[in-house]
Structures are given as C-alpha cells and as structure tokens.
Write a protein that binds this ligand. Structure first.
Ligand code: ARG
Length: 568
C-alpha cells in the first residue's frame, strides 16, 4: 500500500517541487495513511506548508485508490483508501503465495551471528545474537537474498593449552565422554583450577599453546577433538531453539589463521601500520585509540581475525552486505574494523557493513540475568524451563489435547515465548526477563499470536473448507463493516513492514505489526459471525479474510523462527 501511494505522491510532489522529493508516506493514526513531505518541501521552497500541501493535492491522482484526501494540521496530507480498492487488493493477496512481498534480485548477505566460544557452554549471553541473527537470516532469505550464515566461533587462543592438557590427564575417551554430556563449563573450570594450582601443569599448558600455534599435528588433532565436541553441544541447543545454523556454518576464528600474516603485510604495504608500545597497530580515522593487529608477543588477536574475516567476506565470498549481530559493547570494535577495512580498500561501496547491536537481558532485580547461585544461565537450562512452564499452562488450559500434541504445543509456546521476548522490544534496549509476562496468552506475546492462529485454524476446520492454503476467491472481498475493512487494511500492510524490517533489522516492528493484525482479527471475530454469516457470499468473504490472517501470522512468525501449531 505504502509503495503504491508513494509512487502516486512522488509524481505530485515532484510537479510542485520541480524535482524529485520524498513524500514521506506513513501509516496514520487519524486516517489510513498520511504523507508528511509537504512540511519539508515548504521549508525548502519558503512557502507556507498548508499551501504546499494543497498544491500537492491538486496534482495528486489517486483515482480508484483513495476516496478521501485532506490537508490536516500544519500540512499533513491524510488519505483514506477506497473500499473497492482494498477489497480487490485483499482478494489478490489471497491468491498470492508471497502475500504481496516481491522477491528480490538477491544480494549476497553474510550474517555473522551466535559466535559462541569453544569449551564454554551457550548461555543467555548468546541468546540475543542467535535469535536476532537467525531472524535476520530467515527474513533476508525469504526476500530472495543469498544468505551466508557465519558462526564466528571462538575456537582459537591461549585457553586451548590448558584444555588440551586437561584432556590428556583425563584420557581421551573419558574426556570425550565428559564433554559429550554437554557440561563444557565444568571441563573448563576444572582445567582452569589445575592451571592456577599446579605450576607443572601451567608449564605444560603454556608449551601446548606454542605447539598449537606452530601446527604440531598431534596437538591439532586434540584441539579438533575439543572443537568437535563443543560444536556438537552447540548444535543440540540450536536444534532445540529451532535455529537454522548448521555444521557447515561454523567458520571459527581458526579458519582465518593462515590469512593473518599476509594481512598484516598488506596493511604494512598500504602504509596503515604503526608501532605502538611494541605492538603493530592501525589508527583508523575518527578514533583516538589504536586497533591492535599484532600483539607485542607476536600473536594475532580478535581484531586481526575480524579484519581477515571482512576481507574474506568481501573479496572471496563477494558479499554485498555484511551484518554482524553482536552485543552493543562491541560496537566500537566493529566500527574500527569497518573503518580500517575501508581505508585498506577491502570494504567499498556498494558493499556495506553494519553492526546490529543489542542490549542485555536483565533479571527481575534489574541486573544482568543470572541463576540463583549467581552464575550465568545456561541456554539449554533456560529452554528446558520455558518448555516445562509452557507444558503446565497447556495441560491446565487444554486437558483434552492428547499428550503428544500437548508436548508439541508446549514446545512451540515455550521456545516461542523466549524468542519473542527477545525480538519484541527495540533491540538496542535492555529488557527484563519475566516468565509470567512472556508466557501469557494475552498481551504482546508469541502465545497470543499462536493462539489467534490456532483459533482461525479451528474456524477453518469447522468450515469444511480446505484450510489455509493459497486460493483464489471470486471477486473482491466484502468489507462492509468497519472491522472487516480494518482487518483487510492491516493485512495489506504486510509487505511494507517486511521490506522495512529487511532494511533496519528492527524486528519489533514486525512483531508489533503482527500484534495489530491479531488485534484486528479479534475485533472482527467478535463482531462479524463467520460460519453463521448472513449470506453465502459474506461467509466466503469472511472465511477468506480469516485464511489470509492465518497466512500472514504464520509467515510473519516463520520469518522470526517461531512455530505456529494448528491447535492450542
Ligand atoms: N565469540 C565472540 C564473543 O563471544 C563473538 C563473535 C562475534 N563475531 C565476530 N565476527 N567478531 O564475544
């Protein structure tokens, strides 16, 4: 809708301005849509805004699209859509498998997300990157982009010295068993304790780091064993979470090792390298601190690896867009890496890189979420608790569902609640983790959307129509009541929202939109009988609206990785 209106408005604005001018079309609170561009144009032309708005309206051709256009307030142009246009557009959407969203000529997009560290379990600190990153990958892929998922595992560095020595002490078989039960943290803690208490062990660990770095085959074999066990445990959590990361997406820090020395020479050749306190550094423009690419001891660190990764992604993978879904504390790191890559010529227009930051998850006490003992909360445990809590709710609300179905619903609701809570707020802000609120079937929750979806499926089942697939209807939908009209208008907004979110990666706009659709459906459901509609035509139209609502909810939730059970 916004795109159609924007095109018509653009013609009128450029007629008044004498050059192209952004009409700034938005969804409106006071009418269906509004164009705000007249205010900015008036400033540019030095004319009164209402006069400019009136001139735009005089040039505006919305025949067949809108039936009410008016200038309001300081110079907003309000538009109400023509009922016939909404009815025909909604009917067209029913027959469109893509719900009005055009497939793109794909950009290649690298989405860097999750990125846990080997030999440490996934904990809540990784939840947001994993959930937001996966929503990003799913959404861009559905739009037609060629998405490369990059799981930038922390799989290299000094901790491996003590981990490998601890593994040898335990014996490989026993160690592999310990790790396979998934308790990576305990393994690390034990190794660390020995390192601190036993100087001989600490010496062995240090020489082991040297052996690892110099590529000793036996050491590499043991290192690979540790990495493999960690990857297995990460994949198990990803599977529970319903995240699309696969073994092929692991591209850890170690992958870039062979590229680091050449990278530093290249920076040197470009004249970008300067020594600082014994280290080799880059001083990217606009920053007062250096980016250390080679440490005083000759080792390379996190920044060098990210420089190698960005170069690899633009030059080898030919990425057009690089998205890094990593917590906000790393914002400066990424801005410095991007700026260095620009200066080195590794990141040039039209390729672009974005750090998609996010705030922390807080406990009820307003501090970083922690377990009762004060430790970080393991993701696996958190998801188990989510599903257990959801199971209790489902058992109380739907005792008639058979046990297997109850379990499936509890899983969808529990995991959906955790993901949804993570996406539904502005990602830049912290949010408070609150089980009761996130599992409620009313309010801004996944459960409310899932429940609305299941309710529609139940109506469709009873209608004996073939459920929720794509199907053409004959003629326009009938939108005689205000609730039907409002629902159709909401459904027609899907494409606008998805396209905006694909650009901004602000998923709370999508969840907010889905809430407005569910709200419009609830109002429609309460005031418009569907199965007992006054005539077969009205019944067919209302079933069409219901089917379309179900498809929008399902597709919208699927874009963020939330499952929609058919019954609840
Ligand atoms: N392993 C890192 C951490 O735990 C996150 C990796 C993010 N990605 C990147 N390309 N640096 O902080």
């Amino acid at each position: 809708m916004i795109k159609i209106l924007a095109a018509r408005f653009a013609a009128a604005f450029s007629a008044v301005a004498g050059h192209p001018f952004d009409p700034a079309v938005r969804v409106s609170q006071f009418s269906d849509f509004q164009a705000n561009g007249a205010l900015a144009l008036a400033r540019q032309l030095g004319r009164p805004p209402r006069e400019v708005a009136a001139a735009v309206v005089a040039h505006l051709d919305l025949a067949g699209i809108a039936d009410e256009v008016s200038v309001a307030g300081p110079g907003y142009i309000n538009v109400n859509m023509a009922a016939g246009f909404l009815a025909a557009s909604a009917a067209a959407l029913l027959g469109d498998a893509r719900l009005g969203v055009q497939e793109r000529a794909g950009e290649r997009v690298v989405v860097d997300y999750s990125g846990p560290n080997v030999a440490k379990e996934l904990h809540v600190g990784h939840l947001r990157s994993t959930v937001i990153g996966d929503a990003t990958a799913r959404t861009l892929e559905w739009l037609g982009h060629d998405v490369v998922r990059a799981n930038h595992l922390g799989d290299w560095g000094t901790p491996f010295g003590l981990l490998i020595e601890h593994l040898l002490d335990l014996g490989e078989t026993a160690a592999a068993h310990d790790l396979s039960v998934g308790d990576l943290d305990a393994f690390y803690v034990a190794a660390r304790a020995k390192f601190d208490a036993d100087p001989a062990f600490a010496d062995r660990a240090r020489s082991r780091v040297v052996a690892l770095q110099s590529g000793d085959p036996e050491t590499l074999r043991l290192w690979r064993l540790l990495v493999a066990e960690s990857e297995r445990s990460f994949l198990a959590v990803y599977a529970t979470l319903g995240v699309t990361l696969s073994p092929a997406d692991f591209q850890g820090e170690s992958f870039y090792n062979p590229m680091l020395a050449p990278l530093v020479s290249e920076l040197d050749g470009l004249g970008l390298l300067r020594p600082s306190e014994g280290a080799q550094c880059v001083f990217p423009q606009g920053f007062s601190i250096p980016l250390i690419v080679r440490k005083r001891d000759g080792g390379f660190g996190y920044p060098a690896t990210d420089l190698a990764a960005i170069r690899y992604r633009t030059q080898e993978l030919k990425a057009d867009r690089l998205v890094y879904v990593v917590g906000s504390p790393q914002h400066q790191h990424f801005e410095m890496v991007f700026q260095t890559a620009r200066e080195a010529g590794w990141l040039a227009e039209p390729a672009r890189a974005e750090h998609i930051g996010f705030g922390q998850i807080l406990g009820a006490d307003g501090r970083k979420l922690a377990s009762r003992s004060g430790d970080t909360v393991k993701l696996a445990a958190l998801l188990t608790e989510a599903v257990d809590r959801a199971a209790r709710i489902v058992a109380a609300k739907n005792p008639e569902l058979d046990p297997a179905e109850q379990a499936a619903v509890a899983y969808a609701v529990g995991v959906g609640a955790v993901k949804y809570a993570d996406l539904a707020g502005d990602r830049i802000k912290d949010y408070v983790f609150d089980w009761d609120r996130m599992l409620s079937t009313t309010g801004d929750t996944a459960a409310y959307l899932q429940y609305t979806y299941a309710r529609i499926q139940s109506v469709l089942r009873r209608s004996e129509e073939s459920a929720s697939g794509v199907s053409a209807v004959e003629g326009p939908l009938l939108l005689d009541s205000s609730a039907e009209r409002a629902l159709a208008l909401a459904l027609l907004g899907f494409a606008d929202v998805v396209e905006e979110v694909a650009e901004t990666l602000q998923f709370h706009k999508l969840t907010g939109y889905l809430q407005s659709v569910a709200g419009a459906f609830t109002a429609f459901y309460d005031s418009c009988p569907i199965l007992r509609a006054p005539s077969p035509e009205v019944r067919a139209s209302r079933l069409g609206l219901s089917r379309l609502t179900a498809r929008v909810l399902r597709q919208g939730l699927d874009l963020v990785g939330i499952v929609t059970p058919d019954r609840m």
